[in-house]
Design a protein around this ligand. Structure first.
Ligand code: MTE
Length: 310
């Protein structure tokens, strides 16, 4: 993200905004009912992950082909070029793997990844992921709401924020030998953002476990925020009282704020955020407020100045 050139946008590139309407229509058709109770327990079967499609979270847009999702990545632990993770993450060891959940909680716990996979029914949810670099993807992710995990550890009244810490081992992750970011990769959310039903603890995509270059074995996906908020290869989730400082805030405090909600009206200091290139497409699309999830999340920021809290 430090190496990106500002995208060139011409005024003739206009894309229709039917997105909200198709989504709302679908919600009306399904009656907005909760599906969680109807979903069968997930089954772990090698590289495949059984899940049930959650029709609340679908999109009237084409999926980004699997080959693009797995070969165009931002995963600086495996190098800063988009192609590097697919080339260098092949031997990354994702078993055994544990995720420690600690801090302002009554019941801190170390979860084994295979235990986590069975903690709640896995759903397939189709989400947009909008990178701060003005490209985007549409991916069928497999996971369950992060709230399911947080509830298990019983947050105390002091738990105001959630910090995510990614794996750190320069031997396995050669990108960590370079000081391009402060390692390990850290990100954070406000507790209500972390508990929001859209925030997905993600273990798979396209019906299979996460490929190494896409963040194996576990990440979050926070679809209304720029992609860098969605930390990959998580080993620690810490509930804390003070707002955490993320690796990107340390790298460029004027460029990367804590909130980082997708907002076409607030430019990055070095480029516009008004449009984006969907990977695999030629013409740019208009970027949607909160990445198209405004109906669900805008109220989280009621009364806040989104220019200040970028
Ligand atoms: N998490 C870690 N640990 N390291 C990273 O470099 N890159 C972020 C985010 N999470 C990153 C990370 C950025 S900038 C983006 S856009 C998304 O992951 C990219 O996710 P994808 O490769 O699955 O598209």
């Amino acid at each position: 993200m430090k190496t990106i050139k500002p995208p060139v946008i011409t005024s003739s590139e206009i894309t229709p905004r039917e997105l909200f309407y198709a989504r709302r229509k679908f919600m009306q058709m399904t009656g907005g009912a909760s599906l969680a109770a109807l979903l069968p327990a997930s089954v772990w079967a090698g590289d495949k992950l059984a899940s049930s499609k959650n029709p609340h979270y679908t999109l009237p847009e084409e999926l980004t082909p699997l080959k693009d999702v797995t070969s165009y990545n931002n995963f600086y632990e495996f190098g800063t070029s988009k192609e590097s993770p697919a080339k260098t993450a092949g031997n990354f060891k994702t078993r055994p793997w544990t995720v420690t959940v600690e801090g302002e909680v009554k019941k801190p716990k170390v979860f084994d990844i295979d235990e986590l996979l069975k903690l709640a029914p896995l759903e397939e949810r189709i989400y947009r992921l909008r990178c701060v670099e003005a490209w985007s993807m549409v991916v069928p992710w497999l996971g369950f709401p992060l709230a399911e995990l947080i509830k298990q550890v019983e947050p105390t009244g002091n738990a105001k924020y959630v910090e995510f810490v990614s794996f750190h081992d320069p031997e396995q992750m050669p990108g960590q030998k370079s000081p391009v970011l402060e390692w390990p990769y850290r990100e954070g959310l406000r507790i209500d953002e972390a508990m929001h039903p859209l925030t997905l603890l993600t273990m798979g995509l396209y019906g299979e476990v996460l490929p190494n270059q896409n963040d194996a074995p576990i990440r979050v996906v926070v679809p209304w925020k720029y992609g860098f908020k969605s930390a990959k290869s998580i080993v620690k989730i810490r509930l804390v009282e003070k707002q955490p400082v993320s690796s990107w805030m340390l790298a460029g405090p004027k460029e990367y704020g804590f909130y980082s909600n997708v907002n076409p009206n607030v430019d990055h200091p070095r480029w516009s955020q008004a449009k984006e290139r969907r990977i695999g497409e030629f013409l740019k699309r208009n970027t949607l407020m909160f990445n198209g999830y405004a109906e669900e999340v805008a109220q989280l920021y009621a009364g806040m100045d989104l220019n200040q809290n970028f």
